[in-house]
Ligand binder design. Structure first.
Ligand SMILES: Cc1cc2nc3c(=O)[nH]c(=O)nc-3n(C[C@H](O)[C@H](O)[C@H](O)COP(=O)(O)O)c2cc1C
Length: 193
C-alpha cells in the first residue's frame, strides 16, 4: 500500500450535503479506509475567473490569471488520483466544474502545443467521475462524460471510472438510492488500491 499516494477531489455542486457532495463524501471515506487522505476543492467557494482565451498560456503552458487556480494547478501537477464530482445542470457539468476545467487550457497547451505531458509519477494518474442528475435523461450524463474525459486526458489522467445517478433531484435524495453510496465508497477504495 502506497502511503504517499496523493488524491485530490473537485466538488462542482453548490449544495452542501447535496447528492453530489454525499457521493463524494462516501468516495472519500473509501479512500480514507486505506489510511490515506483527500484534499477537497469546493469549487463553489473559490475565486476562479473563467478562461479569457487570451493566449497567455500558448507558449508557456502557464496561465497568467492570478486567483485560486494557482493552488489547483500546483495540486494537479503532483497528485496521483483525481475525483471530479458534479451535478448535471442543463445536460452538462455544472458551471462551477466547467470554469475550473476551462482554466486547464494551460495544461492543454503544455501537452499538445509544447508536447510536454504531465509525468505519470510512481503510481500512474487515475480518475473517478461522480455525477448526479435530477432528470432521467442520459444526454446529461453523455455530455458531462465527454467534457470530463477531455479534462482528465488533458491533465494526463489516462483512465477513469464513472458512477452516474439519474432521477435524484431533492437534496439528499441519493440516500434513498439502493446502491449509490455503497458504490461510491467502493469506487473510492478501488481508486487507491
Ligand atoms: C440550474 C439547474 C439545472 C439542472 N439541469 C438538469 C439537467 O439538465 N438534467 C438533470 O438530470 N438534472 C438537472 N438538474 C437537477 C440536478 O441535477 C439535481 O437536483 C441534482 O440532484 C443536484 O445535485 P446536488 O444535490 O449535488 O447539487 C438541474 C438543476 C439545476 C439547479
Amino acid at each position: 500500500m502506497a502511503t504517499d499516494l496523493k488524491t485530490i477531489a473537485f466538488l462542482g455542486s453548490p449544495r452542501k450535503d447535496g447528492n453530489t457532495d454525499l457521493l463524494l463524501q462516501e468516495a472519500v471515506k473509501g479512500i480514507e479506509s486505506s489510511g490515506l487522505s483527500v484534499r477537497i476543492f469546493r469549487l463553489n467557494l473559490m475565486n476562479i475567473k473563467p478562461c479569457q482565451n487570451c493566449g497567455g498560456c500558448d507558449e508557456t503552458g502557464e496561465c497568467i490569471i492570478k486567483d485560486d487556480m494557482e493552488e489547483i494547478y500546483r495540486e494537479i501537477r503532483t497528485a496521483d488520483r483525481f475525483i471530479l464530482a458534479s451535478p448535471i445542470f442543463f445536460f452538462a457539468l455544472s458551471a462551477q466544474s466547467k470554469v475550473m476545467i476551462d482554466r486547464c487550457q494551460s495544461f492543454w497547451c503544455e501537452k499538445y502545443l509544447l508536447k510536454k505531458s504531465l509525468p505519470p509519477g510512481p503510481y500512474g494518474r487515475k480518475g473517478l467521475l461522480l455525477l448526479a442528475g435530477g432528470m432521467k435523461k442520459e444526454i446529461g450524463i453523455q455530455c458531462a462524460e465527454a467534457t470530463a474525459r477531455a479534462f482528465f486526458r488533458t491533465i494526463s489522467v489516462t483512465e477513469h471510472r464513472t458512477l452516474s445517478y439519474l432521477g435524484v433531484d431533492a437534496k439528499g435524495a441519493i440516500r434513498e438510492h439502493p446502491a449509490a453510496l455503497k458504490e461510491a465508497f467502493e469506487a473510492g477504495e478501488k481508486l487507491v488500491f
